[in-house]
Design a protein around this ligand. Structure first.
Ligand SMILES: O=C([O-])CC(=O)C(=O)O
Ligand SMILES: [Mg+2]
Length: 561
């Protein structure tokens, strides 16, 4: 959205103060207070956004519980969005874990308890025949980014029904705070097709449609109706799918990816950030990507998405496809995925290990465990996307370290409570040699007199910049190439890989700068791949700059209704 120097609005008096996108609170000037009949509705003093931010920060610090801090921040978001984003940008490191992972997980679990007011759109199954009307009557026309969930796989916390709405709200807050997307052009959507979570079904305060989930053909029909309605209302929107259950995520992505500008953040965003972090870690360890052996714990759509991305990168580094696939080992709750296993999901089939190729392995049971894989395959990289805490045990990690001096270990499950291992343990078990990246934020670890920053390998490093690039260049699709350049750009900004000091990934305070860099490369790639109109380098840079909204107030003049 083009940020205008002066904004003309027909709203007046308390209507202006009650609109979170327009409200400036005490920052309305005397002239504006006069012009909009605000005198008397506000205390006398005129404040700057810095003064307002300082007060909000003081209040934020008064709250001791993270969930209370979350409720407080969401309240500011619902009353004055500009102040909310200025507060986030000023205190990124402290506010991100509150508005996003991990606290957003708790907010989803308790959505119906902590609810204050609506945001975005709730589209429930019983209203399915009115989806067009609901979107048409939504008052903002210039929607450019939608994040949608059906709440079935919220982080590692499973089915949260309508409470899943916390995730689209949180993700879109990051689109604005880290990618400069104007809040007026973002829209969170919850598709409420019921819940199978008995705690919610039995809770009298539960706010969603109290019904078991709609599934199979009926579910797909509903999704088709939704996507069609979005295409009619906002044909050029970027639609991000978030936290859909594994059984639906890949299916939906494949169904819609060639029909509108969309992507699945858990599959593609997670894959892109993990690939970027891995490139940086391999460079730090002094090896080449093609030589890595990678074991995954978790064979779902996220794990398989990352695995396919790593295979592509290994092929770019000179391996044949089959050589690259031989370096990947997928372990899920039934053990290593092999070509003899029945009932594999579509996207798992290309990632199985051939039983013949490992007939010489020394294994304990017919089901090959993570420990068996580590003992026999000697992986150099271990990635956790299982949602199960603690499975990267001391025994497994020490075994891995015996065969690999600098093991790359990524317990990526979110929120913090689901991480496959604690970074402190990983460093202790490997005498400070492990290169560690997690999905949720962790404090730095001190080990053998050395301080280790823990990289937060979270899709937040990717999607805001990806979105900014897509909007700035008016891309019509999200391609694999665009995601790959996002990974490489992130890796190129790794402090540890570049200087031998600092974190594997840049600190969260620099996400804004990373997003700008990613946006430029994504936009160039979109043009190169023919999914965006050509513009000169200068026009592109200008467009990114103009699209980036920096949470400052503009001055207002009266417009007639
Ligand atoms: O939200 C996050 O922190 C990362 C993510 O997409 C997930 O875990 O589903
Ligand atoms: Mg997610």
């Amino acid at each position: 959205m083009l940020v205008k120097e002066t904004l003309y609005t027909p709203y007046n008096g308390s209507l202006l103060l009650e609109n979170p996108l327009l409200n400036k609170g005490l920052a309305f000037t005397d002239n504006e207070r006069q012009a909009f009949n605000l005198h008397g509705l506000l205390p006398h003093k005129v404040e700057t956004i810095q003064e307002q931010t300082e007060r909000a920060w003081d209040q934020f610090c008064q709250f001791k519980k993270d969930i209370s801090r979350h409720i407080y921040l969401r309240n500011i978001q619902d009353t004055n969005e500009t102040l909310f984003y200025n507060l986030l940008r000023t205190h990124m490191k402290d506010t991100l874990p509150i508005i996003y992972t991990p606290t957003v997980g708790e907010a989803c679990e308790h959505f119906s308890d902590i609810y204050r007011r609506g945001r975005g759109l709730f589209i429930s199954w019983p209203n399915r025949h009115n989806i067009d009307e609901m979107l048409q009557s939504f008052s903002r026309n210039d929607i450019r980014v939608i994040v949608v969930t059906d709440g079935e796989r919220i982080l590692g916390l499973g089915d949260q029904g309508v409470g899943g709405m916390g995730i689209p709200i949180g993700k879109l807050s990051l689109y604005t705070a880290c990618g400069g997307i104007h809040p007026a052009s973002t829209l969170p959507i919850m598709l409420d097709v019921g819940t199978n979570n008995t705690r919610h079904l039995d809770d009298p305060l539960y706010m969603g449609w109290r019904h078991p989930r709609i599934t199979d053909d009926q579910y797909i029909e509903f999704m088709d109706m939704f996507v069609e309605a979005v295409k009619n209302r906002w044909p050029n929107v970027l639609l991000q799918f978030e936290d859909f259950a594994q059984k639906n995520a890949t299916k939906l992505l494949n169904r819609y990816r060639d029909t509108l500008c969309c992507f699945n953040d858990d599959i593609q965003g997670t894959a892109a950030v993990t690939a970027g972090t891995l490139i940086a870690a391999v460079k730090t360890a002094g090896g080449r990507l093609r030589d890595q052996r990678v074991v995954f714990l978790g064979g779902g759509s996220a794990g398989c998405g990352i695995a396919e991305k790593i295979i592509t990168l290994m092929m770019e580094d000179g391996l044949s496809e089959s050589q690259a696939r031989n370096n990947i080992f997928m372990v899920d709750r039934f053990g290593l995925l092999t070509d003899e296993m029945p009932n594999l999901l579509d996207f798992q089939q290309k990632l199985v290990t051939a039983r013949d190729a490992i007939s010489h392995w020394d294994v304990e049971t017919a089901n090959i465990s993570l420990k068996d894989v580590v003992r026999n395959a000697h992986p150099t990289v271990m990635i956790g996307v299982s949602g199960q805490p603690g499975l990267f045990s001391e025994e497994i990690v020490k075994e891995m370290h015996q065969h690999c001096p600098r093991p790359i270990i990524m317990p990526l499950s979110n929120p913090t409570s689901r991480a496959e291992a604690q970074p402190k343990d990983l460093l202790e078990w490997t005498q400070g040699q492990a290169l560690v990246a997690t999905g949720s934020p962790f404090a730095p670890v001190s080990c053998l007199g050395q301080e280790h920053e823990i990289a937060q390998c979270n899709n937040a490093y990717i999607f805001p910049g990806l979105g900014l690039g897509i909007l700035a260049v008016k891309a019509s699709r999200v391609t694999d190439g665009m995601l790959s350049v996002a990974s490489k750009t992130l890796a190129a900004h790794s402090p540890l890989a570049n200087t031998g000091k600092g974190g594997l990934l840049p600190p969260v305070e620099s996400i804004e700068e990373i997003s700008m860099a990613i946006a430029l490369e994504v936009a160039r790639m979109a043009q190169q791949e023919g999914v965006a109109p050509m513009m000169s380098e200068e026009e592109l840079l200008n467009s990114i700059e103009k699209t980036y909204w920096k949470a400052n107030y503009t001055s207002y003049k009266r417009a007639s209704l």
